[in-house]
Design a protein around this ligand. Sequence first.
Ligand SMILES: Cc1cc2nc3c(=O)[nH]c(=O)nc-3n(C[C@H](O)[C@H](O)[C@H](O)COP(=O)(O)OP(=O)(O)OC[C@H]3O[C@@H](n4cnc5c(N)ncnc54)[C@H](O)[C@@H]3O)c2cc1C
Length: 492
Amino acid sequence: MSKKVIIIGAGPGGLTCAMLLAHQGYDVTIYEKEDRVGGRNAAITIDGYTFDTGPTFLMMTFVLREMFKMAGKELDDYCKVTPLDPMYKLAFPDKELWPTSDHNKMHEQIQAFSGKSEKGFVDFLNRERIRFDKMYPCLQRPYDKISSLCSLTLLKALPHLSLGRSLYDVLGDYFLDEQLKIAFTFQAKYLGMSPWECPGLFTMIPYVEHRFGIDHVEGGLSRISDAMAEVCQEKGASIKLNTEVQKIVVYNGCAKGVVLNNGQEELADAVVINADFGYAMEKLFDEGVITKWTPQKLENKKYSCSTFMLYLGLDKLFDEPHHQIIFANDYKANINDIVSYNSPSEDMSIYVRNASITDKTLAPEGHSALYVLVPVANNKSTASWSDQDTKVYRDKVIKRIEERSSMKNLEEHITVEKVITPSDWQDTHNLFLGSTFNLGHNLTQMLNLRPHNKFEEVDNCYIVGGGTHPGSGLPTIYESGRISAKAIMKDI
Ligand SMILES: Cc1cc2nc3c(=O)[nH]c(=O)nc-3n(C[C@H](O)[C@H](O)[C@H](O)COP(=O)(O)OP(=O)(O)OC[C@H]3O[C@@H](n4cnc5c(N)ncnc54)[C@H](O)[C@@H]3O)c2cc1C
């Protein structure tokens, strides 16, 4: 008889793990509390407009292709993937940069942008290629035991870790112009971190953009989760929506199954947690079961920032790029507000995604679906997100977009609108402290020091998603699904 695996949550991590296990003949059931799959990668649909809840940048698509192949499928049979070039617009207060993965064009643009004799781009490509090729294999294996830190793969990567240096220190060195330094290091925000604190080894994020480019999926990146769910079902896995797991049943230190919101108990040979790690430690185990990840220890960990989100259905399509980042006038002060848990910056940075410029399926004809993300402090901050304070901040964000882009009368064109605040991320999406990118990626919370894929406190219990190794971001989350699926195949 097939071994039974229960997965809590149908986010990208849970779906990857389910797809791989179901293909190998495991009897997989996913319980998802929402009425749709995808988690933070689900679609939000309102009156004919489709928005991605979270991820909009698809990088290293080859990792996703590998996951489909390992499940006996082809990604391109399910999703229409198109590269974006230029990748995005960076709007500084006084000038613009349009990063492209065409290296010659990028090199020319850098010279014109800086006005200084910038020679570092070629060095950036050459040296960071070596670092990436050494580092990435380290992210594809588990670090469940101290001895795993002695693996040859990791030892070979050690000289490339840039220990003690930040992303800004390492990549800033390639460029003379301050704004160029920011153009190659702001990507720390993809992990919800500051470029001045993010460990230097994360040079791989800006590097993979320039090496492999950024892709879009027609219909939005949520299509990926839908496609994974289709594969799971084709392989015989069962996905139960609107079904919240209340507890993980643990007997003699071993996970035996789950209790659902209707009180029903479901037994399994293994339980996989895709729900946010901090939330799971706080809510999914009976008192006394978890001794290492105590409330005190969870509190003391570092967490990513949160985000203030606007999803705007517009009755027109603005001639603005697919992805753009509008930088604060004083970017460093803005980042400092976020990492110091201050109130949301008045001088904020804003990411605006105008995907309808390339994808007509996201809104009714002539209309567009605009996605706005403002990085803000997580809920360690005492900032208020009451209805009134939310409305005040929302108005400031819209005004800033009107001032700093060609969307001068944006407000007049809004026909539908949805807001997600840090409080909503915590209360509705079950994210500890509303940290949208999970536990921070400080060196003290990486590899063996991050919650293990094979959960260290309870046998037959595994973790997938942004809260475990290798970390937040779609490619690494897919890797976490693969690492945990392989561990289950080996153990059970
Ligand atoms: C605003 C935002 C923008 C982002 N942008 C990018 C990007 O551009 N590129 C990128 O690579 N990454 C991005 N990310 C990061 C990351 O890729 C996504 O957050 C990703 O969806 C996380 O996947 P996951 O599997 O860890 O968890 P989730 O997507 O959060 O899935 C967890 C699932 O568990 C379910 N769940 C929780 N509790 C229970 C319970 N008790 N019972 C049953 N189900 C439960 C949830 O409903 C959810 O469906 C972004 C994230 C956010 C929030």
